[in-house]
Design a protein around this ligand. Structure first.
Ligand SMILES: Cc1cc2nc3c(=O)[nH]c(=O)nc-3n(C[C@H](O)[C@H](O)[C@H](O)COP(=O)(O)OP(=O)(O)OC[C@H]3O[C@@H](n4cnc5c(N)ncnc54)[C@H](O)[C@@H]3O)c2cc1C
Length: 412
């Protein structure tokens, strides 16, 4: 190591990299942030629909993928949601909680990016824009590294790789560079898939012509096997399904879909009714079997776009008189509200996804996020094979990994 301050390169100025850089600089290191984009925190500024769901007070390993589950406790014990709230308070960001979901009071993700950037400037961190990390080489016989970028070479004592995943709009520069760079260093890369994403269905002809949102339970099956179920506001679109419950489920089913396995979804629009109470409800509805049209009868039973879709699926005209429909056919119409089936064709892809599942194997990573074969190199954030549910869990992992790597890389 050079005399004096420890020189740390942080590659990637997103959530994890910015947190690592602030902590390392606060600990007295000489920090340089290399950012491929022309500004910092592009993806961070898009989070939580622009409100930035920073973290979640209800958290444990079960909110993360199977590989990460067992190790998450140790990481959250070192830097968890309360530490995140304190950290942002120290940057001047006051937070609020909505049922455990934590947001800045400003409700502006841009304020989070500005606060991190101001702190870097205050601490004298060098920020290099338009700088793309290309490779990292361990200098022979020295405990230091040569970092190659699109705009030059850097010498340093520690490197923190925080270049993110493949998810999000192209303007975020989420091109997955870190996978290749880390692979060249000998790290294992688990297959990647888009997650927290919606799906295209193979039922275009029987999807609602206009998009519609409805509270429902959605269950995904592979053949007869139930893969996962989620409740919440499901979005039905002319070509597919989305919404928070679908996105949450996507992490569990994406691998099967990528292997072209026959996955289908079943939507229950009356999830709070048990079988008995739903049967009683149908019986009540059957008493209304008079001269009104079926569209009229269904208008109080479901959203008009969904009613239209169900009638289309059953090849029934909306103007058909209820009195002309048999009781068994009517029962069948009502039962459809509990078992609407959608055949899943494909995901909406990395561009539309919020996170990437897969990435650098955490089996290669020590508890302080250093690479076990070369502990002067750290890997943090979504580049790792760690992904969480929607609700602040992915940013919490970015802060936790960034904090821990920033602290240890700077020798604290
Ligand atoms: C639309 C959307 C909404 C989201 N909302 C939430 C939310 O509310 N709550 C939540 O917890 N999670 C949310 N997420 C997920 C969350 O944003 C990510 O998990 C998190 O940003 C990952 O942080 P990161 O630092 O690992 O990667 P990023 O934030 O993607 O940062 C990586 C940085 O590295 C830079 N970079 C890439 N390659 C190179 C290179 N070769 N050299 C130099 N720099 C490079 C990129 O330009 C980028 O600035 C959302 C994601 C999306 C897309």
């Amino acid at each position: 190591m050079s005399e004096g301050k420890r020189r740390i390169i942080v590659a990637g100025g997103g959530a994890a990299g910015l947190c690592a850089a602030v902590i390392a600089a606060r600990n007295g290191a000489e920090v340089t942030v290399l950012e491929k984009n022309t500004f910092l925190g592009k993806k961070l500024s898009m989070t939580g629909n622009g409100r930035c769901n920073l973290t979640n007070l209800k958290i444990d390993g079960s909110y993360y993928n199977a590989a990460a589950k067992a190790r998450m406790k140790a990481w959250l014990d070192k830097f968890g949601p309360l530490d995140t709230i304190d950290f942002f308070r120290s940057l001047g960001i006051v937070t609020m909680s909505e049922d455990g979901y934590v947001y800045p009071v400003s409700e502006q993700a841009s304020s989070v990016v500005s606060a991190l950037e101001s702190e870097l400037v205050r601490l004298g961190v060098k920020i290099v824009y338009n700088s793309q990390l290309k490779s990292i080489e361990h200098k022979d016989g020295e405990a230091s590294y040569l970092v190659k970028t699109s705009e030059g070479l850097y010498d340093c004592d520690r490197v923190i790789v925080a270049t993110g995943s493949l998810s999000g709009a192209k303007t975020t520069m989420s091109t997955g560079d870190g996978y290749y760079i880390c692979k060249k260093l000998g790290m294992n890369v688990k297959d990647t898939f888009p997650a927290l994403v919606g799906f295209k269905t193979a039922d275009e002809d029987v999807m609602p012509a206009a998009g519609v949102r409805s509270m429902a339970e959605i269950s995904f099956y592979l053949g007869e096997e139930l893969l996962t179920s989620e409740k919440g506001e499901v979005q039905l679109l002319p070509d597919g399904i989305s919404g928070i419950p679908v996105m949450q489920a996507s992490r569990e089913i994406i691998r099967f879909i990528s292997e072209n396995k026959p996955v289908y979804a079943v939507l229950d629009l009356y999830p709070d009714y048990d079988e008995g109470s739903f049967d009683r409800l149908i019986k009540e509805m059957l008493k209304l079997r008079d001269d009104r049209s079926i569209a009229d009868l269904l208008s109080g039973f479901g959203n008009s776009n969904i009613n239209e879709m169900i009638l289309k699926r059953m090849k029934l005209s909306p103007s058909m008189k209820v009195s002309n429909i048999s009781e068994s056919m009517l029962t069948c119409i009502f039962e459809n509200y509990r078992k609407l089936k959608f055949n899943i064709k494909e995901s909406n892809g990395y561009q539309a996804s919020q996170v990437t599942t897969g990435g650098i194997s955490i089996g290669d990573i020590n508890d302080d996020f250093s690479y076990d074969k070369d502990p002067g190199i750290y890997v943090v954030g979504e580049l790792l094979d760690v992904d969480g549910r929607c609700g602040g869990y992915n940013l919490q992992f970015a802060w936790s990994s960034g904090y821990i790597a920033g602290s240890t890389a700077s020798g604290k």
